[in-house]
Design a protein around this ligand. Structure first.
Ligand SMILES: [Zn+2]
Length: 250
């Protein structure tokens, strides 16, 4: 189920109060502070890719990012990292930032604190085993969280990251459709949500996303934008309050 589907399901389940709706609004701060970008109009964008590692699309994406000399941020699914640690390692070695996206990509609205901790810890361990470095960024699957979700994330010394530009690439029929969504929402300063993988299975076709990335970078560089990782963008934002002792960048 995609984000819209989940949102509809949450409404149907009677969660459609104002507070309930915040469970699925990416940039809402109601269920805990999260980072989703810097001030509007800044000539900088942070591209993020969820649901990998994914063979062969993650590696194809790395080629495109390298061609443009752009660093991005990858929110990885723990079980896929365990399955293909060498892809996670290649992402890390290419200088991109890696975040935790849960182990099984289950909707964490329905996970109790113990299950939530397990999802996060197992994923961090898989990423550390593959790259030598534990992640300090976390993005919930489907962007879904309940009151208390981000509290647990912070207790585990991780920082919640959401986004402000949704490209709907998980269901796009062409790279042009993805670009259209991006152009409509970008005003500058945003974290952009894209996918190098798919949470249903390894091998999900992300050719449209790879092509859209190539075009998006070319187009926005021409407009004077630069691209950065989420940790680098966080450094530009003095209001970001990091939990005690947490490194500000990876
Ligand atoms: Zn996801």
């Amino acid at each position: 189920m995609d984000i819209i589907g989940l949102f509809a399901a949450a409404m149907a389940a009677g969660a459609a109060t104002i507070a309930g709706a915040h469970a699925m609004v990416p940039w809402s701060q109601v269920y805990g502070e999260n980072f989703n970008g810097i001030e509007d109009g800044a000539k900088v964008l942070a591209l993020t890719y969820d649901d990998g590692p994914n063979d062969p699309w993650t590696m194809k994406l790395l080629e495109v990012l390298a061609k443009h000399e752009v660093s991005a941020t990858f929110f990885m699914v723990g079980e896929y990292v365990q399955e293909r640690p060498e892809i996670a390692r290649a992402v890390f070695q290419a200088g991109h930032a890696i975040g935790n996206h849960g182990f099984s990509h289950r909707n964490l609205i329905f996970a109790n604190d113990t299950e939530l901790r397990q999802e996060l810890e197992d994923t961090s361990k898989a990423i550390e085993d593959a790259t030598g470095k534990p992640p300090f960024l976390f993005r919930p699957p489907f962007g879904a969280r309940r009151p208390g979700t981000f509290k647990v994330v912070r207790q585990l010394r991780m920082f919640p990251v959401m986004w402000r530009v949704t490209c709907y690439d998980w269901s796009a029929k062409s790279h042009e459709k993805i670009l259209k969504h991006a152009r409509r929402q970008i005003v500058g300063g945003e974290i952009v949500l894209l996918h190098d993988g798919g949470h249903h299975r390894m091998g999900e076709d992300r050719s449209h996303t790879v092509k859209a990335t190539d075009e998006l970078i070319r187009e926005y560089k021409e407009k004077g934008y630069r691209f950065t990782t989420v940790p680098e963008m966080m450094k530009m934002c003095p209001e970001v309050r990091m939990p005690d002792g947490l490194p500000r960048a990876t």
